[in-house]
Design a protein around this ligand. Sequence first.
Ligand code: ADP
Ligand code: CDP
Length: 218
Amino acid sequence: MIIAVDGPSGSGKSSTARGVATRLGLRYLDTGAMYRAVTWAVLDSGIDLGDATAVAEIARNLDLTIATDPSAPTFAANGTDVTLLIREPRISENVSKIATNLDVRADLVRRQQDLIAAAQPGGGIVVEGRDIATVVAPEAELKVLLTADPEARMARRQAELAEGAVTAAELRDQIVRRDADDSTVAQFQVASDGAVEIDSTFMTLEQVVEAICQLAKE
Ligand code: ADP
Ligand code: CDP
């Protein structure tokens, strides 16, 4: 079984997808973390982020090791554990630039499809991102488009960050600007055939997990 969860930043994809995978005994894949890992490797290499060919080469040669256990999803890039490093603001600020590189996308989509195939003998996988239902796994049995108002998404991010680590204006820029940057990729978050939209603005995390688990049983 494949469950696809797509949606914008702060809609609750990672936490709900992990919760659903844990409840249903499935594997879990955070595809956004893969784009973040490539961004980490590009920044680490010191090359110009605007050099599309060099960026694509970094992605192609990247040794990416991904644990799809929902209780401990980890990412290693070229032997370095980047699980925490890829959450740093410098990565969030630059990841959309890397994600608009079509060669990088093709490379990562292929890796994602391999991980999905590898999870099938174990029962299946919950995959979250922006283009899972449209590009990565259009064959998914359940496709969820998770949304929430920008204000709610910003408040969730704010609550996550250490007090004083970021101003409200910076946070707004990150959500609003990243929404705008991501909206230039045509395949993102469009309601694909058979996708169920869940607006989580006024739902708790547990309610969203429950709703998706119910849909998976239908
Ligand atoms: P995304 O992966 O879409 O960026 P996350 O899963 O990282 O979103 O969620 C962002 C934050 O919002 C997390 O701190 C998470 O615990 C919280 N959160 C997720 N879903 C809800 C919800 N339905 N109600 C309130 N907070 C939520
Ligand atoms: O957690 P958050 O929603 O803020 O971001 P993420 O899921 O970690 O994704 C980071 C970035 O990766 C997004 O802003 C997109 O630019 C990109 N991404 C993508 O291009 N395709 C995906 N399937 C997932 C993420």
